[in-house]
Design a protein around this ligand. Structure first.
Ligand SMILES: [Zn+2]
Ligand SMILES: [Zn+2]
Ligand SMILES: [Zn+2]
Ligand SMILES: [Zn+2]
Length: 455
């Protein structure tokens, strides 16, 4: 069951008269284009908000050829290396070029030819003898242009011949003399026989083989780019590169949302992984894990009643009677604390302690050992498969994670409808990143995708 995050940057601008209206959910939250995986988002520390591809701006800092290290102007349109770096058109491996000098012969002055060969496959290309000294790139460009002209001429002749043959067969102006030299004597004989028997469909040539010319040339190596990203709202850096050297792989700053926001996962409390059904009560749980080195206070809220696909229904409505197409959500625990992520969790032997109990299985030894070490109270709550709605604390907790229960009652919803539940998460912390960044709380919408509903 995937969890995505909602980016509000597609929300319509709110006019002053709209502001009084009470929208329970953002108006674009039903649009899946506004849902993003945590790993695809940035978090702007100045705006204290998520930034997606649409509300961040890429800026090309460097454009260069990774093969010859040629540095190109990042604002130029060119996308390929302007030097002699060529790739195989078949397998994209680098091509090597060998030149050969040709002595003057048959009225032709001294010349040079170039043979390209691929280091990976058996593709080769011979430029033929060049008598004028010209850059390799220009030679190939001209040959490609010549190929296009030749291809066009051949196609034109192909269709002209086809038209003439049709006129000839239907006794128009075209005579057999007009076809001599354009078709083989054997074809001509068959055409003349066909004309007598009024045989209408004669295919003069196979257009595919007729138009076959050399169509693959050494390809110029594409340029690589290094891109930084800025926040469209405050113009602050989201991804800042080391600008001192275009070949440096250093970053001065990467504001990934996954480094800031808690990671959210959703699980079924009872083991079955099949689709949720309509007219059913489902015991789920949501796990929050903190990746930061300081603790976070989390507040979670949602709407009590939802109609199908993310449509809120008035809380006062009676779900069973007036609104058949209804989902009722109960979140008994809405406030909890996530501890800081211990440093030791980065070591492989301690990794398992950062995994919520609900996600542990019997598959690996580390996981089995960890399950044995768990407190029996939380294990009992997780394995009972039932949610005690009067208990307002997490089902289970670890150093930096907490698992909270979520009860989803599904009414007469349409079969096959994909159920997505919105959760509003508010994060409070007392930790100050820098003097210019006070510890301001922030909030975001998480969308829990429960998949299509079965009958
Ligand atoms: Zn956005
Ligand atoms: Zn190059
Ligand atoms: Zn190749
Ligand atoms: Zn910003």
């Amino acid at each position: 069951m995937p969890v995505s995050l909602f980016c509000p940057c597609s929300e319509p601008m709110v006019s002053s008269e709209d502001i009084s209206m009470d929208y329970k959910l953002p108006r674009t939250i039903g649009d899946t284009n506004t849902h993003h995986a945590l790993s695809d988002l940035y978090f702007c520390n100045d705006c204290r908000a998520l930034r997606c591809r649409k509300c961040s701006e890429p800026q090309i800092e460097f454009k260069f050829c990774a093969r010859c290290r040629h540095k190109a102007d990042p604002h130029e349109i060119t996308r390929v290396c302007p030097k002699n770096c060529f790739d195989c058109p078949k397998c994209a491996a680098p091509l090597s070029a060998k030149s050969q000098t040709h002595a003057p012969a048959e009225g032709r002055p001294k010349g040079k030819s170039f043979l390209f060969s691929c280091g990976n496959c058996d593709w080769t290309y011979d430029t033929g003898v060049e008598t004028r000294p010209r850059p390799l790139k220009v030679i190939l460009q001209d040959q490609r242009a010549d190929m296009n002209t030749e291809l066009f001429d051949r196609l034109r002749e192909h269709y002209a011949l086809e038209k003439d043959i049709r006129s000839f067969l239907s006794s128009r102006k075209v005579t057999s003399d007009d076809l001599v030299g354009r078709v083989t004597p054997d074809q001509l004989a068959r055409l003349m026989a066909g004309k007598r028997n009024s045989y209408p469909d004669f295919e003069p040539t196979d257009s595919d083989s007729y138009c076959k010319v050399q169509s693959e040339f050494p390809e110029s190596h594409p340029l690589s780019t290094r891109i930084s990203h800025i926040c469209k709202a405050c113009r602050g850096d989201l991804v800042k590169l080391d600008r001192s050297d275009f070949l440096s792989t250093k970053f001065y700053k990467i504001s990934s949302a996954s480094d800031v926001l808690p990671e959210i996962e959703i699980f079924r409390l009872s083991g079955k992984l099949d689709n949720l059904r309509r007219n059913s009560t489902n015991n789920l749980c949501v796990n929050f894990a903190n990746s930061q080195s300081f603790s976070l206070e989390i507040n979670v809220s949602t709407l009590t009643y939802l109609s199908s696909d993310l449509d809120p229904v008035e809380d006062s409505a009676n779900p069973g009677v007036e609104h058949g197409h209804m989902v009722k959500l109960t979140l008994p625990c809405q406030r909890f604390t996530l501890g800081p992520r211990p440093d030791k969790f980065t070591r492989p032997e301690n990794l398992v302690q950062g995994i919520p109990t609900i996600a542990l299985d019997q598959e690996s030894k580390a996981s089995r050992v960890e399950l044995i070490a768990k407190r029996s109270a939380s294990l009992g709550r997780l394995s009972s498969g039932k949610i005690d709605t009067t208990r307002d604390c997490p089902l289970d907790e670890g150093a930096n994670w907490a698992t909270i229960p979520l009860l989803v009652e599904i009414g007469e919803v349409e079969e096959g409808i994909r159920l997505r539940l919105p959760l509003f998460v508010t994060v409070h912390t007392t930790h100050q990143i820098s003097p210019s960044h006070p510890a301001v709380p922030y909030g975001f919408w998480a969308i829990l995708d429960l998949g299509p509903i079965a009958v």
